[in-house]
Ligand binder design. Structure first.
Ligand code: SF4
Length: 252
């Protein structure tokens, strides 16, 4: 199947079946989403949603974060991964947001990336979710699922995956496609053993196609070897049987 066809089926399936996919992070403002996404690096959304209510109550906006420091933030996020670094990042991000961006979360990927704790993935999430920009944030789920389905030609880096997805997906679905890929990777196309037996995408998934083609080839080879072994055994038995007959006749 051609890559373009896979894209077509991918967009068609999810547009029909998950037209309202959204992030599972809880937030009420661009500032809160930015904080939640920074915290979510190498951590689950579920865990982040457990800590953000208290964090947002104490630091409800950029101004309150800007006048705090890492030591004050740390207790609120101690249960997430890398809490020390993230506390420093949040404190720095709050200050920069107030001092350089007038407390408004910027929409430009470059400006977003200037803030502590904001890498390309986080910047793309903010640009696409908050500003509906045609950006694609590539996290571990997006990277894995896009490669497995065959939306990329086994791209090796998140940036390469991002470029291919941006190139082939229609602009109007780029933002939501990010959620389609994440949710599919989180619940069905999981990292260790993808749940292909319950996946609705098998008929256009490259990974599935290859796994089953390989399986079929291995089975055919095993069948061939078994038949050859059986034929050799039969031949040997025939030889023995003929030999026994000969000996019986000569004795007589
Ligand atoms: S068929 Fe399997 S590998 Fe392909 S997307 Fe579905 S779960 Fe992932």
């Amino acid at each position: 199947m051609l890559k373009k066809e896979r894209y077509h089926h991918f967009v068609e399936y999810f547009s029909k079946n998950q037209p309202d996919a959204v992030t599972e992070l809880h937030y009420n403002s661009p500032y809160q989403l930015l904080v939640a996404v920074i915290l979510s690096a190498q951590c689950t959304d579920k865990r982040i949603n457990q800590v953000t209510p208290a964090l947002f109550e104490r630091f409800p906006d950029a101004e309150s974060l800007a006048v705090s420091n890492a030591e004050e933030i740390f207790p609120y996020i101690r249960s997430v991964s890398y809490p020390n670094n993230k506390a420093k990042h949040l404190a720095g991000m709050g200050k920069m947001l107030v001092e350089q961006f007038n407390s408004v979360v910027p929409s430009s990927i470059d400006q977003l990336q200037k803030m502590p704790g904001v890498g390309r993935k986080t910047a793309n999430v903010i640009a696409s979710v908050v500003y509906d920009a045609p950006a694609m944030a590539v996290d571990t789920h997006v990277f894995r699922v896009a490669n497995r389905i065959g939306l990329t030609n086994n791209a090796r880096t998140p940036l390469a995956v991002e470029k291919e997805l941006v190139k082939y997906l229609p602009n109007e679905v780029l933002a939501i496609a990010h959620h389609w890929l994440i949710l599919h990777g989180r619940y069905i196309c999981v990292a260790r053993t993808p749940k292909c037996e319950i996946c609705p995408l098998t008929w256009f998934c490259r990974y599935y196609e290859r796994a089953h083609t390989e399986k079929a080839l291995l089975k055919a080879e095993a069948d061939k070897a078994r038949k050859a072994k059986e034929a050799a055994k039969k031949k040997k038995l025939n030889v023995i049987s003929r030999e026994l007959k000969k000996r019986t006749i000569s004795k007589d």
